[in-house]
Design a binder for this molecule. Structure first.
Ligand code: B4P
Length: 199
């Protein structure tokens, strides 16, 4: 276990289908390691609500359940990773999601002379995912949590993001974690899988 105050120099990716609990778990894991949780979905939504140029562009794709184009997403992540709080480490939540994004991220990390530590993949049944997202539709009212768009997001994930699991498995970075059950139990499983026991 690492020092309590100093950032831990971890570079982590949180992957999984929409509704697997990436955003939920990212906050706990990043908090423990004292690294920023960088969520592309959250950054896009913040831009949508403030009506920025990026937000206007991203909204069209998000509302349809499609991915925002790689050039737009990559440029945004590049800017975010260049900020000072991400120098010693970061947790990426929802990025990379395409082969082109993997290549871009490899370039960014290699440029700084660092390497990725682990790619956490949360696995959850498809039925459970739809339940969670429909539940969230009632509490948060996100524009992309309707049943049609949820189904579209699953398709896009299966086509474009699922293949990345093999890429990271081949690099020996993959950490698969069962995402079913209580939030706190999933958090504990992730820490155990990362061999990090919180006090
Ligand atoms: P995201 O914001 O990443 O949306 P998501 O995949 O649904 O994940 P999220 O983090 O919100 O949900 P989570 O699984 O934590 O992306 C939204 C859109 O942005 C994408 O569709 C795309 O258009 C665009 N985008 C983002 N990144 C992109 C990229 N790299 N390239 C291109 N486009 C990109 O949680 C879901 C729900 O489950 C929550 O309500 C949560 O409370 C609940 N939950 C979590 N854990 C639970 C548990 N254990 N039990 C019960 N409920 C649980």
């Amino acid at each position: 276990s690492h020092d309590k105050e100093t950032p831990s120099h971890m570079r982590l990716i949180m992957m999984g289908p929409p509704g697997a609990g990436k955003g939920t778990q990212a906050k706990f894991i990043a908090g423990h390691f004292k690294i920023p949780a960088i969520s592309t979905g959250d950054i896009f939504r913040a831009n949508v609500s403030r009506g920025s140029e990026l937000g206007v562009e991203a909204k069209r794709f998000m509302d349809a359940g499609d991915y925002v184009p790689d050039e737009v997403t990559n440029a945004m992540v590049r800017n975010r990773i260049d900020e000072s709080d991400a120098v010693s480490g970061f947790l990426l939540d929802g990025y990379p999601r395409t082969v082109a994004q993997v290549e871009e991220l490899d370039g960014m990390i290699t440029f700084t002379g660092h390497k990725l530590d682990a790619v956490v993949v949360l696995t959850v049944d498809e039925e459970e995912i739809v339940q969670r997202l429909l539940q969230r539709a009632q509490t948060e009212g996100r524009a992309d949590d309707t049943e049609d768009v949820i189904r579209r997001r699953q398709e896009v994930y299966a086509e474009q993001t699922e293949p990345l699991i093999e890429v990271y498995r081949n690099r020996g970075l993959l950490v698969e974690v069962d995402g079913m059950g209580e939030v706190a139990d999933v958090t504990m499983r992730i820490f155990e899988a990362l061999d990090e026991v919180p006090e």
